[in-house]
Design a protein around this ligand. Structure first.
Ligand SMILES: CC(C)(COP(=O)(O)OP(=O)(O)OC[C@H]1O[C@@H](n2cnc3c(N)ncnc32)[C@H](O)[C@@H]1OP(=O)(O)O)[C@@H](O)C(=O)NCCC(=O)NCCS
Length: 165
């Protein structure tokens, strides 16, 4: 059973052991580098399979200010999503992505969409996001360090927002 939690200091000892394969580092880098981007607006999250920490991602609430392609939305950004190498290939990423809409609608109800960029050389991740409901905008982002990236988006449905309409 997959669950998503906001990272706190009690998670730190396990978080720093998370790592992707060397050939995957161009896509997300190391956890040390990723954590340097974390702050009150760019919130680190951890993915658990039962009681075992298996993965990580950032939710960036400044995304629409940081990236021109998101500037006409109030989208949050999904960044640095990964499953640690020893837990890959077990379906955890798919379960986590499928759990994301419910999680985001409860944790970030004031945002109407979540966006991400995924490297054009990373078709496994792109297909994963598509299976999870993200749509390819058919635009490319060229500002990343490892070549062009597809820009993808998914609506965040909010029962709280719906109730206020
Ligand atoms: C992409 C990533 C998150 C997938 O994690 P995972 O837990 O191994 O993925 P899952 O086991 O849930 O598999 C998801 C789908 O991808 C496919 N897949 C996963 N690894 C694969 C591989 N090496 N080769 C081919 N297909 C693969 C699975 O078959 C599955 O497809 P299905 O839904 O049709 O069954 C993981 O490889 C990763 O962390 N990569 C490095 C970081 C990265 O690239 N992040 C994305 C940044 S935008």
């Amino acid at each position: 059973m997959i669950s998503i939690e906001k990272m706190t200091t009690r998670h730190l000892a396990d978080v720093i052991t998370l790592a992707v394969m060397d050939e995957q580092k161009p896509f997300v880098g190391t956890i040390d580098d990723i954590l340097k981007n974390a702050n009150a607006q760019v919130r680190p999250h951890v993915i658990f399979a039962d009681d075992t920490m298996v993965g990580f991602f950032l939710i960036d609430t400044t995304y629409s200010k940081s990236f021109d392609f998101a500037s006409r939305s109030n989208a949050i950004g999904l960044r640095s999503f990964f499953i640690s190498k020893e837990y890959q290939g077990k379906g955890y990423a798919k379960q986590a992505i499928l759990a994301l809409p419910n999680y985001l609608s409860e944790a970030y109800p004031n945002h109407t969409a979540v966006m991400l960029t995924v490297n054009c050389q990373n078709p496994i991740a792109k297909q994963l996001y598509e299976k999870g409901g993200f749509e390819d905008t058919n635009d490319l982002y060229h500002g990343g360090p490892s070549g062009p990236q597809h820009i993808m988006t998914m609506a965040i449905e909010s029962s709280i927002r719906a109730a206020n309409l």
